[in-house]
Design a binder for this molecule. Structure first.
Ligand code: DG2
Length: 247
């Protein structure tokens, strides 16, 4: 049996301001740092050990991983970064307030933008300064791989090659893996691992900074999965994420 641990980053400045973030590279808040440290303390207290960590190229996930590893006295662990673990690109919604958008367009429309499997939010214009065309960290990508918007289906399509080519082989080779990523790049992995139907993934919300443990069989199929920490607090935090898009 293998164990895999996923952590959504701690609260970011734009989570706090309730703004669509996507590929915008925002910082953690002090609460987010505390959540990341608490995740590390929980992993340490649970006796978790890792050989390898993966994260995105966005600093809210990178710092979360670092603070968690620091609490475990494991800052020396090898870490691989990939844009494929970035948050789902939120298109022209990036920077806008989720509740304001719900007031303007209705809760139902914002739920579609946030949680529908295959309806992407409105696209950014290619020349929009909120895009990443000139960002050095994406300079080696094919221009068509840099999204202007993404639905979860698009996110699954760019996360899975990294799972199949890098993460899954590492787990199969016996490496104990920790992944620090984002609400929707983690939902993409959870959908794939748990084989969740397109219609049902709408109801899955990932709380900030809580380790999500997967026990996997030899074929990397989940035997069970669970969050570490207080179950009631975790359920409350996931419900709070769900309601961020309401007027
Ligand atoms: C949030 C997720 O991403 O937002 O892009 O706004 O996990 O990086 O904070 P994260 C964003 P929702 O899909 O939950 O609205």
């Amino acid at each position: 049996m293998y164990k895999l641990v996923l952590i959504r980053h701690g609260e970011s400045t734009w989570n706090l301001e309730n703004r669509f973030t996507g590929w915008t590279d925002v910082e953690l808040t002090p609460t987010g740092v505390d959540q990341a440290k608490e995740a590390g303390r929980l992993l340490k207290a649970g006796g978790y050990e890792f050989d390898l960590a993966y994260t995105s190229v966005l600093k809210r996930a990178i710092w979360t991983l670092w603070h968690a590893l620091d609490q475990m006295d494991r800052t020396w662990l090898p870490v691989a970064h990939s844009w494929r673990l970035n948050e789902r690109h939120y298109g022209a919604l990036q920077g806008l307030n989720k509740a304001d958008m719900a007031k303007q367009f209705g809760d139902e429309q914002v739920l579609i933008w946030r949680r529908s499997y295959d309806t992407p939010p409105p696209s950014l214009e290619a020349a929009d300064p909120r895009g990443q065309r000139d960002d050095v960290r994406y300079a080696k990508l094919n221009p068509e791989d840099i999204p202007l918007t993404e639905c979860l289906k698009d996110t699954v399509a760019r996360v899975l090659p990294f799972w199949n080519d890098a993460i899954a082989p590492a787990i199969r080779s016996g490496k104990r893996v920790l992944i620090a990523a984002h609400g929707n790049s983690i939902r993409a992995l959870v959908k794939y691992l748990d084989n969740i139907a397109d219609a049902d993934i709408v109801g899955v919300n990932i709380p900030n900074g809580v380790p999500l443990v997967y026990e996997l069989d030899a074929d990397l199929k989940p035997i069970r999965s669970y969050y570490l920490g207080d179950a009631e607090a975790v359920a409350k935090a996931a419900a709070a994420v769900a309601s961020q898009g309401k007027a």
